[in-house]
Design a protein around this ligand. Sequence first.
Ligand code: AMP
Ligand code: MG
Length: 360
Amino acid sequence: MQKGKDQKRKAGKAGHVCLCRLAGMLLCAGILTISGCKAPVQRFTAAGTAMGTVVSQTVYTSEEGVTEQVMQLLTKLEQDTLSWREEASEVAAINGAAGSGTWLPLSEKMQAYLEVLLSVSEESGGAFDVTMGAITRLWQIDTWAALPAEEAGQEKAVLPKQAEIQEALEKTGYEGVRLSPEGIQLPEGMRLDLGAAGKGIACDEILAMLEQNYGTAVSGAVISVGGSILTYGEKPDQTPFLVAVADPFGTKERAGVLTLQGQWCVSTSGDYERYFEADGKRYHHIMDPATGYPADSGVRSVTVVCKSGILSDALSTACFVLGTEKGLGLAEAYGAEALFIRTDGSFAMTEGMKTLFCAE
Ligand code: AMP
Ligand code: MG
């Protein structure tokens, strides 16, 4: 059993970074001086919300204001680029032009994001699909999931009818997206939804900002944006970053810990993140594009580790929809490491993940 093997490798508990725990903290900056000459490296921590999710940061730097700059970057990325809900965003403009029959020019970044996301859509056989907007809007799982527990459930949440799902499905399908150096064209009614990759894109943008704006002035960082986490550089004592993998069953503090050295992106997709319950059934936010219903592939969560945030995030969603067998193949095709926690509590993982993950 993998679990048994992993337990033997269990690292000491002291010093484990449980990012989930930071979620409840107020925005703050704790400072620890750890180096003497020149500007001292200090440890800054901050927690807040951006992109509709919890953001937790630990940054080792000789400069002030890094964590604030990260928050500004996230707000701008959401408002100007990624969110279909923000009228002035680039995604909203793309969706607004659907059916116009003309090329809508794209920013260089959006062009690059969409190239990657369409490739994941194709490689996953459509399990990941950037054009799920009509389905996600119909289900409104974000809205229902945001209700207090006692108000959620069958009285409040309205399940879409089969005919509505069918109608929405007809407006989806990544094969319908036309992307060229001239820009993009979507068919009438199609709506992009970059929600499955947005937090990973944010990790990539934070990484680029840290490198460009700070260089060696930021020596290390662990920044989590909802289900995606960036590790960067190293800690002053050179010990590895320890990143908790949530227990999707909610029965223990965490399912295990990833031990990471240097720059990585870690994304988790789970059915416990956003959902509502009706008729005793859980309706979560990761949709199977083949059916228009929440994916039911025998997994409760998938964690993907690779260098790129857009890929770790898109792949974790794709792997969740595909399930263990096909998902492992997809992760391996991208050279990414993946950990699946199945509905029966068992683990499945890529070979490389076995050296990173330690179950608890
Ligand atoms: P994640 O938590 O990263 O797995 O992303 C889930 C979000 O991505 C949902 O809230 C939807 O906005 C969107 N989404 C749901 N199902 C899919 C899918 N099969 N492919 C692409 N995006 C999806
Ligand atoms: Mg994702």
